[in-house]
Design a protein around this ligand. Structure first.
Ligand code: F6P
Length: 325
């Protein structure tokens, strides 16, 4: 196995709070292991255009508390083509980069997997996404912060919902995964969550509206996972039609969910994963995502990590159901 002297780091896909903490951890732990660090800007785009700069420990000072990513990020269509990846490989070699560490979500890690297979390049992935939809890790970088941001917003919306005796449908991100909606519903005391993994709530609109409003409650909050067809607007319209007696509002939280200073949990997670990435390379690991499961750092083959079948526990669905009576 060829010796690794220099690593490249990039962030790719949607930014997530804690990415900077991961960049810091990777950089510092690489330098502590006598490895050179090259920072690649704008994700795979920077690898293709050669937007690359050597980092010292000072480049990552004072960033652990900052949201977003100092490396910038992008979703790069060119990297999805063999020609784009060939250009990226040329630049990587020209820069003397022997291994790549990619911080990103599903699509970004899939890109790393293909690149690693095509050019026999050591690639390590870090789960960086607010969606928490990567297998093999209990949490992804950014998920905890976003959950807290959503809960803060719902607490505020609750004041208006109560005062005006309204039903609010609050739409949150997550792409195809319902972790953000389900757990923010539990944490904010919401009446229900409509998530892609569980179709029962969606079909039982009447039941949860009846349960909440018609009995003792004078207001309801329903967390809804984003969806092109069945988002918060869709459910609000259904209630307006089927229950015209209710005053219904929609709040789509949008990109405010992705910003902000990372929570302590995300900073610790990102720091442990960053150190874990360098440790994995030193142990000769290739093509794995670093995760934390049951408080232990684990190596997960990227091909397993990106399978889009991470389940939302049935227990969480039950907890919300029981507590929203
Ligand atoms: O994957 C992170 C995420 O925030 C998803 O939850 C959301 O669907 C998507 O990215 C939004 O992407 P963009 O910022 O490109 O609109």
């Amino acid at each position: 196995m060829a010796k690794i002297n220099c690593i490249g780091i990039l962030t790719s896909g949607g930014d997530a709070p804690g990415m900077n903490a991961a960049i810091r951890a990777i950089t510092r732990s690489a330098i502590a292991s006598n490895l050179k660090v090259k920072a690649i800007y704008r994700g795979y785009e920077g690898l293709i255009t050669g937007d690359i700069k050597e980092f010292t420990t000072e480049n990552v000072s004072n960033i652990i508390q900052r949201g977003g990513t100092i490396l910038k990020t992008a979703r790069c269509a060119e990297f999805q083509t063999p020609e784009g990846r060939a250009k990226a490989y040329e630049n990587m070699k020209a820069e003397g980069i022997d291994a790549l560490i990619v911080i990103g979500g599903n699509g970004s890690l899939n890109g790393a997997r293909i690149f690693a297979e095509e050019f026999d390049v050591p690639c390590i992935g870090l789960p960086g996404t607010i969606d928490n939809d990567l297998n093999g890790t209990d949490s992804t970088i950014g998920y905890d912060t976003t959950l807290n941001t959503i809960v803060e917003c719902v607490d505020k919306i609750r004041d208006t919902a109560n005062s005006h005796e309204r039903i609010f449908f609050v739409e949150v991100m997550g792409r195809d995964a319902g972790f953000l909606a389900q757990n923010s519903a539990i944490a904010s005391g919401a009446e229900a969550a409509i998530i892609p993994e569980d179709s029962t709530h969606a079909n039982q609109l009447e039941q949860f509206i009846g349960r909440g409003i018609r009995k003792s409650k004078n207001s309801s909050i329903v967390l809804v996972s984003e969806s092109p067809k069945c988002g918060a607007m869709y459910y609000a319209e259904r209630v307006r039609k089927e229950y015209p007696e209710y005053d219904v509002r929609v709040s789509i939280l949008g990109h405010l969910q992705r910003g902000g200073s990372p929570s302590a949990s995300d900073r610790i997670l990102a720091s442990r994963l960053g150190v874990g990435a360098i440790q994995a390379l030193k142990e000769g690991q290739r093509n794995v995502m670093i995760g934390i499961r049951n408080d232990e750092v684990v190596y997960v083959p990227i091909s397993n990590a990106i399978k889009s079948d991470k389940p939302v526990k049935k227990e969480l669905i039950d907890v919300l159901g029981i507590l929203s009576i």
